[in-house]
Design a protein around this ligand. Sequence first.
Ligand SMILES: [Zn+2]
Length: 257
Amino acid sequence: MSKFIDTHLHLLDQRFSGRVPEIIKEAETAGVGLLICNTTVEQEWRQALDLSQRYQTVKTCLGIHPWFSDQVTPGWQNRLAESLDLAGGIGETGLDRLAKPAIKQQERVFIEQLELASHFDKPITIHCVKAWGRLLEILRAHQSLGLKLLLHSFGGSSEIMHQLLDMGAFFSFSAALAAPNRKKLRQVFKTIPLNHLLLETDSPDQYVPELFDNCPVNRKNMPCWMPEIYNFAASLRELTPQQLTDKIWENGQIFTN
Ligand SMILES: [Zn+2]
């Protein structure tokens, strides 16, 4: 039976420290059947894999986030390669023009992760902020790699979406969909083919009062709130929550195959 998927969250974030078993349990109780735990630095990889071995519902993406792309140490690519067999994918990686590391360094680290994703035939979770032109150039140059792309917390225009869709990309949306000032985002969301759509909390980031103030637990973004995101997204797509849940459950299997 299909369940909810939280396609992108950070269980190892310090804000969740000491509460991870409880957070996973609450999410499972809320009907979340798959949590894709993303990592941002090498130091998180081991712990992420441990979580995925302990909890059937947790899969991991191992990677280097663009914010930390200047902190890699020699041999990181080999150590990532050695760990990928047990991971659901690579991530989170990408390009961010607002981040401190030089864009050239971000690109180098990103491209190495694209190559590993191809070599190990794993999906790759991409973060992109104000670098769409360069991202598209790089992805086009690597199109022969047959990459399984996932744009997480997608915030690009309709035109960018179509260019990525031509490369077979998946798009994941967060609770930002419900923010009053994100009308354009909602318009793009409504036009994405259902078989390329995913949803996420990006927790503990992205607290969206418009959606989460109805939630019974404390005022933080948590994976147990996935049902709220599904309900909101289903209403935008004029689908029943069950129809959307079934479709997204199918799409999310890119992380389990
Ligand atoms: Zn993230």
